[in-house]
Structure formats: structure tokens, C-alpha cells
Ligand binder design. Structure first.
Ligand code: GDP
Ligand code: MG
Length: 596
């Protein structure tokens, strides 16, 4: 156990976590040059393209020090985005130490700080790494100061590297061995193993990633999941070395995989503790938290006959995404679909993109919503995230909505506009903290629902890309929420309904009305588009009438051309949805419902 190190790399997005991981893997000869590709640990196409890690991966590296001592380094990859912070937590629980990577040209950012706090919660030993020192804009001394002032870590312990050129990588490896502590644990105690990740393999079923805390596990042992209360028999276990390398056992301090006949990741709980059925531990590992969906949205196929395909695609995604929830939903406007629960906006984006790209589905996605908690007049409570389940307002006694603590780090010059942006998004308090002379950290308590609509985009615009943003959920607080309907020619179109604070109802209704007025083609009569709370109209736009005669511009008697045009017009109609006497093109749903 003395010669094991379990560590992860934490960093703000883009500071070079994946690249550093690649270099460490190469330096340890983890893969042959021929098998190497960039971003070894980022497995999905979307991850590589967007440069974010969604699904964490783990690898065991064999490292030999200068004096010939061999070590096993377990690099546990963590997702780099706030949406997946509960996954970050589980990964941290499997480690004794962490490399905290800071970009030498950008300095410490919001996610660096947020991740640092998480790591400290789990008592990890931290080793700062200053990356990208090859860049002309690199300012190692300034970043050392920030490591001291913003992170409270020893600035002289920080190792300057370039993950791009490989400079300093040997020092990082030596630092891991010298500064990060070895794991503790008794290999003879009753088994306690933390499941920190799992993925589905079509040949082997679910492959669990585990950190053994206490005890020893062998093939053919019957394991018991302490939270979900399921039992499985271990078929195989071993190390992750870019392929699964079977071992005769995994014992305290080790990290490895387990194959045990689990069919879907939905059958297990990540973060659960595995023990032995016939010699169980008395208590699970503390700190277990269930993944919590906080953003909800309905997903419909663009054409109704693709509904079975959408259902199949979601089933497939869920096998590998324990955090995704979905249940049947239906809309008068869009037919059958699914109400889905996500960990946050990025999770929604990723699922949506995978459905479209990997499964080739055209989708309409309703405006994302948080979950409101209602107390009704009869004193019962009701959780609602779907506007179609909204009760009659006269039955509602009171409502609460989820709040977050947002951390925003920006150059000093943007403080005014960013504070203003927070207030526009119903921030209840903002505190300001100078990190350095020209960098400010703003913390703001605000409703989660407010960052779902036009917040990220505006923040990026205001700060010209220099603002960084992170958040943690805090609590539910009282709110005055209403349901707004959008009426097209006096008919409500349910897919456009949304739940919002009363103060924000009108601006958003106006936004939808105006967008719709542009997206719906003219008809032969005037079409009012209205936003309404119950019976009262709060916003309005109008589509002026238009006489549409596609053949009018054809002179003479070219019958075939005329026919072709009429045919085309008919086809165009097929892609429309009929609402009363109004046709709404499918694209209108897509363009209007796009959140930013
Ligand atoms: P992650 O989001 O933290 O995983 O960051 P990545 O490893 O994906 O790196 C983000 C970007 O920075 C990529 O374009 C990398 O090629 C680049 N990058 C990473 N390390 C270095 C470095 O040491 N020097 C330079 N110049 N670029 C780097
Ligand atoms: Mg990455």
C-alpha cells in the first residue's frame, strides 16, 4: 500500500487537465505510441469536441522513480463542470490527493476555487501545478501569488509545467509520489468498497469502478450494495490499464474495476458501498449523496413517427447515464415525448446533442424549468416542474423555488454590469471580494431558474468571455411563481407554456410572442400571438395577413411547373402543425424554444 497513490486532477475548464493526463500516461508508458491519441481519458466525441469531460475515466499507471522504486498511480479523472459536481465528489472520495491545475496565462478561476473547497472537504492533500508555461502570456509569478491568495496553498510547492511540450512532467510524477500520501486501510477488515463510477459495455455489461477502502475482494465473492440492497456475484476484477487487466484480488487502498453481471447503470447507485454478503461491514462509507435532477425539460421527436426511436435512444443513453431520468409526457402541440430530468443545463445540452448526433433524431425541446414546491389550500404539498401539471392558481397557498450560491470571478472593470445582471436575474444578495488588485469574486444568492434563461450568454457577453461562473445549490425559498401560456390565434399552444416568477412573466412572454410572430408565416387572416396568465393578457404581437398564391407569379400555361409548385406547397404543409386555423412550422418550435 506504501507504493500506491490515488489522485485526481482538478482544474477550471480549459486549463489543461486532459492534456496533463495524456502526458502523465505517456510518461509512464501506459500506452504504446501507436495506440496513443490525444485526450485519452475523454471517451465521447462530444467530450473531445467541447473539451469537457463528462464521464470520468480511471487508469492505473506503473511508475518507476529515479532510484528504481515501482509505484502504482491511480489517476481518477473527474468531470470538469459544475453540473457534475456530485460525480466530482465521488471521485474525490476515492483519492488521497489531487493535482490542482492552473493555467499560467489565465490564473485561478471560479471552478478552481469551487473544486478546491470540495477537495478540502474530503481532506485531500493538494499539489498545485502551473500549466501552459510555454505560452507567451504565461505569468508564473502572478499565478504563484494567486495560488497563495486565492487558494491558500503553498506557492513554492507549485510545479510549473507545459503539458503541451512535456516540460516539468517528470517533476509532477515525482511530486505525486513525494507529496501525496499513500492510502490507508486494513486488508483483513470486512469489505468496504466505494463505487465511484460505472459504465455499460455491450459485451460485458456494467463495469463498476471501485476504490477499496477496507478489506479484500476476490472473484466469485457475492457482493452486497449497502444502499440499493442488491446482491451480485463477482465474475472478474482487476486494473484499468486501457484494457481490463484481471487480477486475483483487489484489497484496501487499491482502485480497480469489477464485472458482476449488472445489466444497467440504472440498477445500481453510484456512490454506493459494496461489502461482502457473508461478512458485511457494519456501516457504509459516509458521505453518500444521490444524484439530484434540478433541471427538467420535455423532449419531443420532430416527427411523431420517430417516437419509438426516441424511446429506444433514451433507454440506451440511460444504460450509461445514471443521472438521466425520463418519463412519458404528451403535448397537444407535439404529440408524445418524454419529460426528462437533468443535473443542470450542460447535462441537458449533452443529452440533447447525443440524441441528435448519435441517434440521428430531430428534436423539439421545451424550455427548461426548475422544480417548484407548492403548498396547496388543503395543506398538501406538490412538486411541479412541468407547466402541464400546474394546478389551478386559486388552489395554491404558497410556493418555493430552488436557490443557488453563484460564484463569479471577473476582471474588476466588469463589476458594475455583472452586479446589475445578477440583480436583473433576481439575485437577493451580492458580496464582493477582491482576489487580487484587479480580479474580483462576486458571490450571489439567486434562483436556479434564473440562470436557465439568458444568464450564461449575457455574462459571457458582458465580460467579453473573461467571466467565469460556478454554483452550488443552497435551499428552497418562497417565491411568487405563475404559469404563462402563449396563445396563437386565441388558442394556447401547450409546448410554449412556462413557469416563471411573476416579475419576469411579461418580458419573457414578449420575447416568445415576438419570436413566434417571426417564425410563423403569414396567413390569409390576421393572427394575434398573446402571452397570458390565466385570463389576463400580458404580452402581444401580431402577424399581418397575406394573400398567398404561389402560382400567381407564373405567367402563361406551364402546367408542369405549376403542378410542381403546388406539390411543393403541399409538402411544406406536411411539416406544419395545425392549430385551429393556424399552421405553425416545426422549426418555429425549435427556434423559439432555444433558451439563449
Ligand atoms: P481541460 O478542459 O482542463 O481538460 O483542458 P484541455 O487539456 O482540454 O486543454 C485545453 C486547451 O489548452 C487545449 O487546446 C490544449 O491543447 C491547450 N493546452 C493544454 N496544455 C497546454 C500547455 O501546456 N500549453 C499550451 N500552449 N496549451 C495547452
Ligand atoms: Mg478535459
Amino acid at each position: 500500500m506504501k507504493h500506491i497513490r490515488n489522485f485526481c486532477i482538478i482544474a477550471h475548464i480549459d486549463h489543461g487537465k486532459s492534456t496533463l493526463a495524456d502526458r502523465l500516461i505517456q510518461a509512464c508508458g501506459g500506452v504504446t505510441q501507436r495506440d496513443f491519441h490525444d485526450q485519452m481519458l475523454d471517451s465521447m466525441d462530444i467530450e473531445r469536441e467541447r473539451g469537457i469531460t463528462i464521464k470520468s475515466n480511471t487508469v492505473t499507471l506503473a511508475y518507476k522513480t529515479a532510484d528504481g522504486q515501482e509505484y502504482l498511480l491511480n489517476l481518477i479523472d473527474t468531470p470538469g463542470h459544475v453540473d457534475f459536481s456530485h460525480e466530482v465528489r465521488r471521485s474525490l472520495m476515492a483519492c488521497e490527493g489531487a493535482l490542482i491545475v492552473v493555467d499560467a496565462s489565465q490564473g485561478v478561476e471560479a471552478q478552481t476555487v469551487a473544486n478546491l473547497y470540495l477537495a478540502l472537504e474530503y481532506d485531500l492533500t493538494l499539489l498545485p501545478v502551473i500549466n501552459k508555461i510555454d505560452l507567451p502570456a504565461a505569468d508564473v509569478d502572478r499565478v504563484r501569488e494567486e495560488i497563495d491568495s486565492d487558494l491558500g496553498l503553498d506557492p513554492f510547492a507549485a510545479i510549473p509545467v507545459s503539458a503541451k511540450t512535456g516540460v516539468g512532467i517528470d517533476k509532477v510524477l515525482a511530486g505525486i509520489v513525494d507529496h501525496l500520501p499513500p492510502p490507508k486501510g486494513d486488508p483483513n477488515a470486512p469489505l468496504k468498497a466505494l463505487v465511484f463510477d460505472a459504465h455499460f459495455d455491450k459485451f460485458r455489461g456494467v463495469i463498476l469502478q471501485c476504490r477499496v477502502m477496507e478489506g479484500t475482494l476476490k472473484p466469485r465473492d457475492v457482493i452486497h450494495f449497502m444502499h440499493s440492497d442488491h446482491d451480485y456475484k463477482v465474475d472478474e476484477l482487476g486494473y484499468n490499464q486501457f484494457k481490463l487487466v484481471p487480477k486475483p484480488q483487489l484489497s484496501a487502498g487499491e482502485v480497480g474495476y469489477i464485472v458482476a453481471g449488472v445489466k444497467s447503470v440504472q440498477d445500481i447507485e453510484i456512490g454506493d458501498t459494496i461489502t461482502l454478503l457473508d461478512n458485511p461491514a457494519s456501516e457504509p462509507i459516509p458521505g453518500y449523496q444521490e444524484a439530484k435532477q434540478v433541471v427538467f425539460s420535455s423532449v419531443y421527436p420532430m416527427s411523431t413517427d420517430e417516437y419509438p426511436d426516441l424511446a429506444k435512444a433514451l433507454d440506451k443513453l440511460a444504460i450509461n447515464d445514471a443521472a438521466l431520468t425520463y418519463e412519458k409526457d404528451s403535448s397537444a402541440a407535439l404529440g408524445f415525448g418524454f419529460r426528462c430530468g437533468f443535473l443542470g443545463l450542460l447535462h441537458l445540452d449533452v443529452v440533447q446533442e447525443r440524441l441528435q448526433r448519435e441517434f440521428n433524431l430531430g428534436l423539439v425541446i421545451s424550455a427548461p424549468s426548475v422544480q417548484y414546491c407548492l403548498t396547496l389550500k388543503d395543506e398538501s404539498t406538490l412538486n411541479v416542474d412541468n407547466p402541464s401539471n400546474w394546478p389551478d392558481p386559486s388552489n395554491i397557498e404558497s410556493a418555493t423555488e430552488p436557490y443557488i450560491k453563484a460564484t463569479i470571478i471577473i476582471p474588476e472593470e466588469f463589476v458594475g454590469p455583472v452586479m446589475e445582471l445578477c440583480r436583473e436575474h433576481r439575485s437577493e444578495s451580492q458580496t464582493m471580494n477582491y482576489l487580487t488588485a484587479d480580479r474580483v469574486e462576486i458571490t450571489s444568492e439567486m434562483p436556479l431558474g434564473e440562470v436557465l434563461f439568458e444568464f450564461y450568454g449575457k455574462l459571457k457577453m458582458i465580460t467579453r468571455g473573461y467571466g467565469s461562473f460556478d454554483y452550488t445549490p443552497i435551499e428552497y425559498r418562497p417565491t411568487d411563481v405563475v404559469k404563462v401560456d402563449i396563445l396563437v390565434n386565441k388558442e394556447p399552444v401547450d409546448a410554449f407554456s412556462y413557469l416563471v416568477h411573476r416579475d419576469k412573466a411579461r418580458t419573457r412572454a414578449l420575447h416568445y410572442c415576438e419570436q413566434l410572430a417571426e417564425a410563423i408565416p403569414r396567413h390569409q387572416f390576421k393572427i394575434p400571438i398573446q402571452g397570458a396568465i390565466g385570463g389576463s393578457i400580458i404580452a402581444r404581437a401580431t402577424i399581418q395577413p397575406y394573400r398567398k398564391d404561389v402560382t400567381a407569379k407564373l405567367y402563361g400555361g406551364d402546367v408542369t411547373r405549376k403542378k410542381k409548385l403546388l406539390e411543393k406547397q403541399k409538402k411544406g404543409k406536411a411539416k406544419m402543425k395545425q392549430f385551429g386555423s393556424v399552421n405553425i412550422p416545426q422549426e418555429a418550435f425549435v427556434s423559439v424554444l432555444r433558451a439563449e
